[in-house]
Design a binder for this molecule. Structure first.
Ligand code: 5GP
Ligand code: ZN
Length: 139
């Protein structure tokens, strides 16, 4: 897609530090390393994000993640890894070509701070919400 920075990386029009490539998928180092080894895995096909993605594209994209993640862990010596995907601006997406962030984590400390706030469970509300989501997923 014209003017898409990741399509330009796929086409080789702008440089990237590639770590994996096949027919459908490319992985390269994020230009801004949130932790050492921060890698992006993208479909070569232009698609906005997971909310827009076909099952076929998702299958090839997500299927590559464990192999790339394991190689990344070995190469960096990371103790763990966060795997994150942002969809739409409200979720922090800034590049609108789907990508999965692989963020190696280091037990002796790194700069990343990802935490969920714990809330008291409201079981009736959870049941009602699950039902309405389930109806939409199956529609
Ligand atoms: P998002 O915020 O959309 O989930 O993540 C976009 C990521 O793309 C950011 O972490 C940003 O650093 C990275 N990025 C933006 N432009 C480039 C680029 O030209 N090359 C590389 N390698 N990464 C980029
Ligand atoms: Zn694109």
């Amino acid at each position: 897609m014209e003017n898409c920075i990741f399509c330009k990386i796929v086409a080789g029009e702008i440089p990237s530090s590639k770590v994996y490539e096949d027919e459908d998928v490319l992985a390269f180092l994020d230009i801004s390393q949130a932790t050492p080894g921060h890698t992006l895995v993208i479909p070569k096909e232009h698609v906005r994000n997971v909310l827009d993605m076909s099952a076929d594209t998702a299958q090839s994209l997500f299927a590559r993640v464990p192999k790339i993640a394991r190689g990344l862990q070995k190469a960096t010596g990371a103790d763990g890894m966060n795997i994150i995907n942002n969809n739409e601006e409200a979720a922090g997406q800034t590049v609108f070509h789907a990508h999965i962030h692989l963020l190696p984590r280091y037990a002796d400390g790194d700069e990343l701070d990802i935490r969920f706030t714990a809330h008291e469970p409201d079981f009736p509300a959870l049941a009602a919400l699950a039902q309405s989501i389930s109806q939409e997923v199956q529609a």
